[in-house]
Design a protein around this ligand. Structure first.
Ligand SMILES: C[S@@+](CC[C@H](N)C(=O)[O-])C[C@H]1O[C@@H](n2cnc3c(N)ncnc32)[C@H](O)[C@@H]1O
Length: 210
């Protein structure tokens, strides 16, 4: 695997982040125990920042797990904003709902169980789309969701460098191929202006022109 960031750089960045929210700490512990991958603090803070800057009314998240990334969105949303959480796992979505309730953000979340690609079709005028489902589904996700984005929408996708595998010539599994196809689409499409930030596992950020 090709390293994306030196672990010393990650440690340096992590050390600057204040430990200030018990809900985040509890979810990070749960991720450790359960093995469910979450975006983590470095990317979480980046999501928070983008949400503050864009002030979206509607965030749709494809692949919420138990709500860690959605919680970062919720913290940054204005009172008129909401985040739609989607996941196959009823148990994880129920946990996310509980965290939102306990933290006073229940009004900012819509909690949906099922296939994110089906649920996503129910929404239009999406200001911020976050993609974090199984990686082979990324090309299908943007194909389904792109017509549903509002003008000036942001698209954010986690794992855009997929442990460096996207740059390994011999690697052709369906997850790596999915990410490659997705990245190529996002960089070649006239409607999008895209960049990949080499933060943690790579975060693709795109702006939709119209
Ligand atoms: C990487 S985890 C999400 C982590 C979450 N975004 C976070 O950072 O807190 C991916 C989740 O997507 C779910 N998933 C994958 N494909 C899905 C699909 N098509 N529809 C619904 N959920 C899906 C999995 O069940 C898993 O919980």
């Amino acid at each position: 695997m090709i390293p994306i960031t030196d672990s010393r750089i990650e440690s340096y960045l992590m050390h600057m982040i204040p430990e200030d929210d018990p809900h985040l700490a509890a979810m990070e512990e749960k991720a450790e125990e359960s093995g469910l991958p979450i975006v983590g603090r470095l990317v979480g803070r980046f999501l928070y920042l983008l949400t503050r800057l864009r002030q979206p009314a509607l965030v749709v998240e494809l692949g919420s797990g138990f709500g860690y990334s959605a919680y970062w969105f919720a913290r940054a949303l204005s009172v008129r904003g909401k985040v739609v959480l989607t996941d196959y796992s009823e148990k994880n979505v129920a946990y996310a709902r509980q965290v939102f309730t306990e933290s006073g953000f229940s009004g900012r979340g819509e909690f949906r169980v099922g296939d994110a690609l089906q649920i996503g079709r129910e929404y239009n005028d999406i200001d911020l789309l976050f993609i974090d489902i199984d990686k082979y589904q990324y090309p299908e996700a943007i194909r389904v969701m792109w017509p549903r984005l509002a003008p000036n929408a942001l698209v954010i996708a986690d794992n855009a460098l997929w442990h460096g595998k996207v740059a390994e010539e011999g690697t052709q599994d369906r997850e790596t191929e999915g990410i490659r196809q997705f990245n190529e689409f996002m960089f070649s499409h006239d409607d999008f202006f895209s960049s990949i930030i080499p933060l943690r596992d790579g975060v693709l950020l795109a702006y939709k022109f119209n």
